[in-house]
Design a protein around this ligand. Structure first.
Ligand code: DAK
Length: 272
C-alpha cells in the first residue's frame, strides 16, 4: 500500500469495495474508520470480515508504522449488531466461534491506536480495548451493557476491562450495564488520554504519526513487553524485558538512534 492514499476498497482486491469501513493512509499512519452510521457502527459479521483482512494487510506493509481504528463523532461502535445476532442459537455460535476473529486485531505487530468519540459500548468497548493506546474524545462514553440483553461481554470485556480498571469498577459496569464518561474512564485507567472533542481526529493523527516515526523493531519489542506484563509474573516479565533489551543492541536502529543522539541529529531508522 502506498502513502497518502484514501481508499474505500481493499487495495489487494479493488473490485470488491468495502461497505462497512473506510481505509486511509497518510504517510506512515493507516486509519480504519468504522462506517455504518445508520446503525451507530454496530459490529456485524461484515465489519469483522472486512476489518480483519484490512488490518492484517496494513500490518504486513513495512511502510505503515501505526494503525488507527476509529468511528464517527457520535459512535465509535454501539456494540455487536444485536439485530443480526438475536436469532443465533447454541451450539452453532460455539461451533462457528462467533466473533472469535476480533481477537486477531490484538495479534497485530504494528502499534494499534483506538480512537473513541461517542459511544463505545459492548463489542465497541471491547474493540477499543484491543488498542495498544486508547485515545478518548471528551464526548466518549464507555460501557458493557450486555447484561441488559441477558448476556455477558463476549469479546474479551470481562478480562480486559478488569485488567484495566480493576475488579470493583469492572463489576459495577458489567453488572449494571451503565455507561461511564471519558473523565471517569481516564480516572479509572481505561484510556491513555482524553482529548478535546474539537480537533480530536487531527490530534489522533498527530499522536499516531509520532508513534509511527519510531523504529518499528523497538515499537514491536515495546508493545510485546508491555503485553507480557499481563501474561507473566513480575520476575519472569523483567527477565523477558532484559532479553529483549539486550537483543535490541543487535539492531541497526539501536546503533543509529544512539549515534544520532550523540551527533545531535534526527535518527534515520532502517526498521531492523
Ligand atoms: N446493534 C444493532 N443496531 C444498533 C445497535 C446495536 N448494538 N446500537 C444502535 N443500533 C441502531 C438502532 O437500532 C437504531 O436503528 P434504527 O432504529 O434507526 O433502524 C440506530 O442504530 C440508532 O440508534 P438509536 O436510535 O438507539 O440512537 P440513540 O442515540 O437514541 O441511542 C444508544 C444510542 C447507543 C444508547 C442505543 O442505540 C443503544 O442502547 N444501543 C445498543 C447498545 C448495546 O446494548 N450495545 C451492546 C450490544 S451487545 C459474542 C461476543 C460479543 C458480543 C456478543 C456475542 N460472542 C463471542 C458470541 C457482544 C455483544 C454486544 O456488544
Amino acid at each position: 500500500m502506498t502513502s497518502n492514499t484514501q481508499t474505500s476498497f481493499d487495495p489487494a482486491n479493488p473490485d470488491k469495495p468495502y461497505e462497512t469501513i473506510q481505509v486511509a493512509v497518510e504517510g506512515a499512519v493507516a486509519t480504519i474508520t468504522l462506517d455504518r452510521p445508520k446503525a451507530l457502527n454496530a459490529l456485524n459479521s461484515q465489519v469483522l470480515a472486512e476489518i480483519v483482512p484490512a488490518a492484517e494487510a496494513l500490518d504486513a506493509d513495512p511502510a505503515i508504522g501505526a494503525i488507527v481504528i476509529t468511528g464517527s463523532e457520535k459512535a465509535f461502535a454501539a456494540g455487536a449488531d444485536i439485530k443480526e445476532m438475536k436469532d443465533e442459537v447454541y451450539p452453532e455460535v460455539a461451533e462457528k466461534r462467533l466473533f472469535a476473529d476480533w481477537e486477531k486485531l490484538a495479534q497485530l505487530k504494528t502499534p494499534l491506536i483506538t480512537a473513541v468519540s461517542g459511544f463505545a459500548l459492548g463489542g465497541g468497548c471491547e474493540v477499543a480495548m484491543l488498542g495498544d493506546i486508547l485515545l478518548a474524545s471528551e464526548s466518549a462514553k464507555f460501557g458493557q451493557p450486555e447484561i441488559t440483553l441477558g448476556i455477558i461481554p463476549g469479546m474479551g470485556g470481562t478480562q480486559r476491562l478488569t485488567r484495566a480498571v480493576g475488579k470493583y469498577k469492572a463489576m459495577d459496569l458489567i453488572l449494571t450495564g451503565r455507561m461511564m464518561d471519558a473523565e471517569e474512564a481516564e480516572r479509572s485507567g481505561l484510556v491513555s488520554r482524553v482529548l478535546p472533542a474539537e480537533g480530536f481526529a487531527e490530534e489522533v493523527q498527530k499522536i499516531a504519526a509520532k508513534v509511527a516515526s519510531m523504529s518499528q523493531v523497538a515499537l514491536a519489542a515495546a508493545t510485546e513487553m508491555v503485553d507480557e506484563a499481563y501474561r507473566s509474573t513480575l520476575e519472569d516479565g523483567v527477565e523477558a524485558e532484559r532479553q529483549q533489551f539486550w537483543r535490541l543492541f543487535d539492531t541497526a536502529d539501536q546503533k543509529e538512534g544512539m549515534a544520532a543522539f550523540a551527533e545531535k541529529r534526527k535518527p534515520e531508522w532502517q526498521h531492523r
